[in-house]
Design a protein around this ligand. Structure first.
Ligand SMILES: [Zn+2]
Length: 308
């Protein structure tokens, strides 16, 4: 039965593109969807290698979906988090698998985590958040780590994503005054430029751009979005000494006008989310990816690969 399902799903030999964010320790670490435990990632790799060839994004684009042969998977990581250096880099060195890391440069340049990482880093236990002064309600984060706690954090993040950046900054500052980040290097935040240069130099690692501002690009003027896309690419090229040819839309948000700008800027692809496999009909400026997170252990990954 599973074999039938698998062969139906793989009709036309699509490419499976997975979107991770960062890797964390096996025990402890931030209980955030974006942080997959290292042991789970190793198990993902072993499971994928049984059924797929893990190929680089350039290779997948060159071959395209619909190619005969073993199914292919592409692994991508969004944002440029410090966990990529601390926990992913040793696994890449050991396993020699190709990955693409889409780096949002604003947080690398300033060394300060984006607002969403600050919130995830601050809300590590149960929390009651009063945002009624902002007309933003009250939020309760339950205590026990796991998917149901994450659902409450995620609801707050999703609501904040849709607020204009200035108003959002005010609300985020209030959340952090009620629930401060721990002292020291925040639990979630960017690689340093030195760490980025180190991981970029590993054979098989491709660095892609992910905007400078990491705003949802469909919610800001298109010229501003284009400038943010171009700035992230030129900074990354300067920092790594490598050509940056691929882009990923923050949060997967894009429009026809934005896709046209990505093409005009000379990017060869732009990745979205969409929870679908990449089939021959896909627009190269809206490549579908499956978002994979902390609560996707290897059993759930296998199920999700069959579902899509
Ligand atoms: Zn992102």
């Amino acid at each position: 039965m599973l074999g039938l399902l698998r062969s139906w799903r793989l009709r036309g030999n699509p490419v499976t593109v997975l979107c991770y964010h960062t890797i964390g320790p096996d025990i402890g670490g931030p209980d955030a969807w974006t942080v997959l435990r290292a042991a789970d990632f190793r198990a993902h790799l072993s499971a994928l290698q049984q059924t797929h060839d893990i190929v680089g994004l350039d290779q997948a684009i060159a071959d395209g979906p619909g190619n005969r042969g073993k199914p292919r998977a592409v692994l991508t990581f969004d944002d440029g988090e410090a966990g990529n250096h601390r926990h992913l880099l040793p696994i890449l060195t050991e396993r020699q698998i190709p990955v693409t890391i889409f780096v949002a440069t604003g947080q690398i340049e300033t060394g300060q985590p984006y607002w969403f990482d600050q919130i995830m880093g601050a809300l590590t236990a149960s929390a009651a958040i009063d945002l009624t002064d902002h007309g933003f309600g009250r939020w309760n984060i339950p205590p026990n780590p796991g998917p149901s706690r994450w659902a409450a954090v995620s609801a707050l993040l999703e609501a904040l994503k849709r607020v204009a950046p200035d108003r959002r900054s005010t609300i985020v500052a209030d959340i952090l005054s009620q629930h401060p980040l721990p002292a020291g290097r925040p639990p979630l935040g960017p690689m340093t430029r030195a760490e980025l240069a180190e991981i970029a130099a590993i054979p098989g690692v491709t660095i892609g751009a992910h905007s400078h501002c990491h705003n949802l690009l469909d919610q800001i003027p298109v010229d501003e979005a284009e400038a943010s896309m171009a700035r992230s690419r030129s900074l990354l090229q300067g920092w790594t000494g490598q050509e940056v040819a691929h882009f990923a839309w923050p949060n997967g948000n894009h429009t026809p006008a934005l896709r046209q700008r990505a093409r005009r800027l000379g990017f060869r692809s732009a990745s979205a989310l969409d929870m679908r496999l990449w089939r021959a009909s896909a627009d190269p400026y809206a490549l579908p990816r499956l978002g994979i997170g902390r609560y996707d252990d290897v059993t759930r990954l296998r199920l999700r690969l069959l579902e899509t």
